[in-house]
Design a protein around this ligand. Structure first.
Ligand code: ARG
Length: 289
């Protein structure tokens, strides 16, 4: 039988995050997986959790890893017909399957991913997250699996050809992202540039379409997708490139529910590069190798 991947999808707000604080102790992964499962039952989560397998039965023995992401960033993580899909989701599922885990997905605002890792609410995050020095103080990163530059999404009729065109504009960014930092730096150079930071990119795109924003800053691959899905929009590539996307883990593995995930994930990333799976996923989601 094909190893089944179990998907639990939950919406998580910052409020939920405050309510649930999983204290963890050092134990073997298998025992922890089972305990966590019963803890979740005890916390009255059952009503919200949809846990199905390919044959429709409830998950039995495989331990569950909880992945946190912000499902508003196509083609890496986004909602399609009510399901969370994308490059990151496929990659996380593949690695989890190879390590013998089932995956549970929690959708949350990007800005609460790191706190959720720190308090054990999620085991890891994969959400197109760029490695930064500040983040490295709070969480641990895997090897880089993707690199992207920034891009500005605009209405088709808007004019933007050089950085000085930021002057006097209202630009949207997702809260807590590297684009927010970038925009704030530009606002120091152009004091009449107004930066609007919101929780989800989907809302920013709506604001742009209804002309309450001049532009939305995202990254190149996402700009391509947003423009593909909205014929009234276009994008302008801004050179800047971060250190690349990586998978995010608790800094101290003992704080997390599962120890030393980072090393195991890095080994699997290497395997997936070797066996062609990574190339396959790039082709599937990005249309390129
Ligand atoms: N790469 C940027 C960062 O790390 C943006 C990531 C946004 N991801 C998302 N799923 N919305 O800050």
């Amino acid at each position: 039988m094909d190893a089944a991947i179990f998907l639990e999808v939950q919406e998580v707000s910052s409020y939920d995050l405050l309510k649930v604080h999983m204290k963890t102790i050092k134990m073997t992964e298998k025992v922890m997986g089972q305990i966590a499962f019963f803890l979740i039952l005890g916390m009255n989560f059952l009503g919200e959790v949809a846990c199905t397998s390919s044959n429709g039965s409830l998950s039995e023995s495989r331990p569950i890893l909880t992945l946190g992401l912000s499902a508003d960033y196509p083609p890496f993580e986004f909602k399609q017909d009510g399901k969370i899909v994308g490059f990151d989701v496929d990659l996380a599922q593949e690695v989890a399957r190879r390590l013998g885990y089932d995956l549970s997905i929690q959708d949350m605002d990007f800005s609460v991913l790191i706190p959720s890792i720190q308090n054990g609410r999620i085991d890891f995050a994969m959400s197109g997250m760029t490695i930064t020095e500040i983040r490295k103080k709070n969480v641990d990163f895997s090897d880089v699996y993707f690199k992207s530059g920034f891009a500005l999404i605009l209405k088709k009729e808007s004019q933007f050809s050089k950085e000085e065109d930021f002057k006097g504009k209202k630009i949207g960014v997702q809260l807590g992202t590297t684009m927010e930092k970038f925009a704030q730096l530009k606002a120091q150079i152009y004091p009449d540039l107004k930066v609007v930071a919101l929780g989800k990119n989907s809302i920013l795109i709506q604001e742009l379409k209804s002309e309450r924003l001049f532009g939305v800053l995202v990254e190149e691959s996402q700009a391509t997708e947003f423009v593909k899905a909205n014929s009234s929009l276009k994008s302008f590539v801004l050179g800047s490139r971060g250190d690349g996307y990586a998978i995010v883990f608790p800094k101290d593995p003992v704080v997390g529910r599962v120890e030393f995930l980072k090393e195991k994930f890095n080994a699997e990333l290497k395997n997936l590069r070797k066996n062609g799976k990574m190339r396959e996923l790039r082709l599937k989601w990005l249309g390129k190798k």
